[in-house]
Write a protein that binds this ligand. Structure first.
Ligand code: GAP
Length: 495
């Protein structure tokens, strides 16, 4: 049936308690979202799976948890104070502000080509390809005060040519805050824009205390903050989000081998969550696109149906796997004056390792899971009525917030007692949920929307022969299973 749209997903997320608008009773706060009872479980399943596969299962990766607030010198060293910018332009007519890259993406190609020509920027192929837009931004930034009027740039809000644009200016994306009682330069610091720097500044502490030898990784999950100009698309781009980052330290000559290794491992990880292979791809960055710290990068992208517009295919980044070389450790050595090289017992020499990073977004993974799982279908109703619409989240059992819902068919004849006992018994091993409210059909629909793979119904027969029905979410098939076999049955069907 029809494809998932953003509206449908936001509505389901709210209806079932996955994600709510933040501060909703006060009218919300731009692009900030709160995870509700089901959302927090889904998110936790993603993070637990990542930690299990990236840290617990690996001998050469250890974890850490750094503070969000760091000495501001960290951000000077990392390059974020000088280089973590977006170029912004304002329309004096409509008073709207745009990121220059997004404004250029919304133009006719002739206007982009004319701007490139004005700046003496040479490109081949599509003027609006990612590579060309990125290179053009570089040319604008390098040229300083650039007048973008006169090349026929449309204001995307009214699709009319605007000739009253301000010159593009740089806007730093880090969120500022002040520590202590005074609000001056001396107390200024930032909310971290990536968790990675907490790892780099602790690199020697971890290496020494955990006695790691190359190659080894340090992993971290935590919040990051960016004062994004253009937010939107639900939890895809927000100002507060969560990252799962691995910094993998290797001998400098080995980075390309490890970049390949982690790209493949991370793609397989998304597949292991049950995401359809056809909706995932790896996209290597072109040289122009690379972040200031990176020598090579592969993005893992998911095809979000709601990002598909006109000729855009809807690919959005879930994770970047980057060769950061020795950039970060070099910069921290330079700015702190501390040596970060160490005697590697395996190599028997002093080394300053290079880094291959795998940096994933928790919220984007949750969005990809919801988007991939969302299905609408028509199902026959009992009797001869019209078929009815069913919304079902086909989450893999390992990701689903609730694994099994236990439902007494009616609230009498001993059924509630058996259901209560069963759900209490299951709780230790599975995410189990008890629901006695409303008709059985309505309860099944609620669990379909929650993505619950199994519903166990206690009915009249249960009191006679100690069996229950297990209903499978996707096929809606039901089987009778002995009460004492339910746990084993669920375990066998989880895979
Ligand atoms: N340490 C490298 C780094 O931070 P990034 O590509 O800027 O690299 C990594 O971010 C991941 O963090 C992205 O692939 C995305 O999943 C997530 N992410 C970045 N900005 C985000 C935002 N504004 N909202 C939600 N997730 C974001």
């Amino acid at each position: 049936m029809s494809a998932v749209t953003m509206e449908k997903l936001v509505s389901l997320a709210k209806r079932r308690g996955f994600v709510f608008q933040s501060s909703e009773i006060y009218g919300g706060l731009g692009s900030t979202w709160d995870y509700g009872p089901l959302g927090v479980e889904l998110k936790r399943n993603v993070k637990n799976r990542w930690w299990r596969d990236m840290v617990t299962a690996r001998e050469n990766v250890v974890g850490m948890d750094a503070a969000i607030l760091m000495n501001p010198k960290v951000w000077e060293a990392s390059g974020h104070v000088a280089q973590f910018h977006d170029l912004l332009v304002d329309s004096r007519k409509t008073k709207k502000r745009y990121r220059l890259d997004h404004l250029l993406e919304a133009q006719k190609p002739e206007a982009v080509a004319a701007l490139a020509e004005q700046l003496g920027h040479v490109f081949s192929g599509d003027p609006q390809s990612t590579e060309n837009i990125v290179a053009l931004l570089g040319a604008v930034a390098a040229a300083g005060d650039v007048d973008i009027n006169g090349v026929g740039i449309l204001d995307p809000s009214n699709r009319k040519i605007d000739a009253d644009w301000t010159t593009p200016r740089q806007f730093n994306l880090m969120l500022k805050t002040y520590l202590g009682p005074t609000e001056d330069e001396g107390s200024l610091t930032y909310l971290r824009p990536e968790t990675a720097q907490g790892i780099f500044v602790n690199f020697l502490n971890v290496q020494t205390t955990a006695r790691m030898r190359l190659p080894f990784g340090i992993a971290q999950i935590g919040k990051a903050f960016r004062n994004e100009i253009t937010t939107g698309n639900f939890i895809f781009r927000t100002r507060e989000f969560e990252q799962m980052e691995l910094e993998f330290f290797v001998p400098p000559a080995d980075t390309s081998k490890w970049l390949d290794y982690w790209t493949e491992a991370r793609l397989n990880w998304y597949l292991s969550l049950g995401i359809s292979p056809g909706h995932l791809r790896v996209r290597p960055h072109s040289a122009d696109e690379l972040a200031h710290y990176s020598a090579a990068c592969n993005d893992i992208e998911y095809q979000f149906p709601f990002l598909q517009k006109d000729d855009e295919e809807g690919w959005g980044e879930l994770e970047g796997i980057a060769d950061r070389g020795t950039y970060d450790l070099d910069r921290h050595m330079e700015h702190s004056g501390k040596k970060l090289s160490f005697m590697d017992p395996g190599l028997n020499e002093k080394v300053l390792p290079a880094v291959v990073e795998a940096s994933a977004g928790v919220d984007r993974t949750v969005l990809a899971l919801l988007s991939d799982a969302y299905h609408e279908e028509e199902v026959p109703t009992a009797g001869s009525g019209e078929p009815e619409k069913r919304v079902v989240l086909r989450l893999s059992p390992a990701m689903a917030p609730i694994t099994v819902a236990v439902l007494p068919l009616v609230n009498k004849d001993g059924m509630p007692e058996i259901a209560r006992k069963l759900v209490d018994d299951l709780r230790g091993d599975f995410a189990a949920f008890h629901d006695a409210g409303g008709s059985i059909g309505r309860r099944y629909r609620r669990q379909d929307e929650a993505g619950t793979p199994f519903c166990v119904t206690v009915d009249g027969q249960t009191t006679e022969d100690q069996t229950v029905t297990v209903r499978h979410r996707d096929s809606m098939q039901q089987e009778r299973v002995a009460l004492e076999q339910v746990k084993d049955y669920l375990r066998a069907n989880m895979a």
